[in-house]
Write a new protein. Structure first.
Length: 252
């Protein structure tokens, strides 16, 4: 089985205009739905690469109050066929630097976009079988050089069972490619389970005497430091209707 290859993109919109993320996500999910019936990939004016193999798995509005810049969108793309499939198709559009690369229907809508290629770590669930949730916990962490897969193995064997007991379902377990110091994980979670988890952690710290404490949450934080070597952050994403990771019934 080939390794799963993905791309995550974080998009900022400035000046602060709350309608711009909506316009962008609506445009993106609409045109990717059209690609589902496309027989062959093509480079098109205004749309760039159009292909079924470059699949918009997740489109999210970043929940600003959890630590994102406001306003922001995050997208997760799956390269069907791995390196020789969707990834090759994306790379081929840069051969010869075609003029159509510099034309887009969303020119001037985005302020900036930051893309990172991702490789599935052992135990990462296929997105075709991934659970959906009301929200997604999005972790981006810097690890010691060379420790990415070791950290992700610990997440899979130690943290995933711990969070599963709090209603978090592992959706993505990724090594950031072309570097050796960054990982990304993604977890589906309901609002109620998110809140209960925070209270269980507070209780373990002695800061909430009305909730059941879970010392395991604190033990994991200590364990993670065996691998971490810099910024670690978890934020929340709200799935936008029209992508595969949106809850069932929110795809149109």
């Amino acid at each position: 089985m080939r390794r799963g290859i993905y791309l995550i993109e974080e998009v900022d919109f400035r000046p602060m205009n709350s309608r711009r993320p909506l316009e962008y996500l609506t445009w993106l999910t609409r045109y990717k739905r059209e690609d589902e019936t496309r027989a062959e990939p093509a480079l098109t004016t205004g749309m760039s690469i159009r292909s079924r193999e470059i699949d918009l798995a997740g489109a999210f509005y970043a929940v600003g109050i959890t630590g994102h810049p406001q306003f922001k969108a995050v997208t997760l793309w799956e390269c069907h066929g791995g390196w020789d499939g969707g990834w090759r198709q994306m790379m081929e559009i840069y051969r010869g630097v075609d003029d159509r690369l510099f034309l887009s229907d969303i020119d001037d809508l985005r302020f900036s976009a930051f893309s990172r290629p991702l490789g599935a770590a052992p135990g990462c669930p296929p997105l075709s079988q991934a659970p959906t949730g009301e929200f997604y916990l999005f972790e981006s962490a810097r690890v010691r050089p060379g420790a990415a897969l070791d950290y992700l193995a610990a997440v899979r064997t130690e943290r995933a069972p711990l969070l599963a007991a709090h209603g978090h379902r592992l959706t993505g377990l990724y090594e950031v490619l072309f570097c050796d110091t960054e990982v990304v994980t993604l977890w589906a979670v309901s609002l109620d389970d998110h809140l209960a988890t925070q209270r269980a952690r507070d209780a373990a710290l002695g800061l909430d005497d009305e909730a059941e404490p879970d010392p395991g949450l604190l033990r994991w934080s200590k364990r993670a430091r065996d691998f971490l070597d810099g910024p670690w952050r978890e934020t929340l994403l709200a799935p936008f209707p029209g992508s595969r990771l949106a809850p069932e019934g929110a795809h149109d």
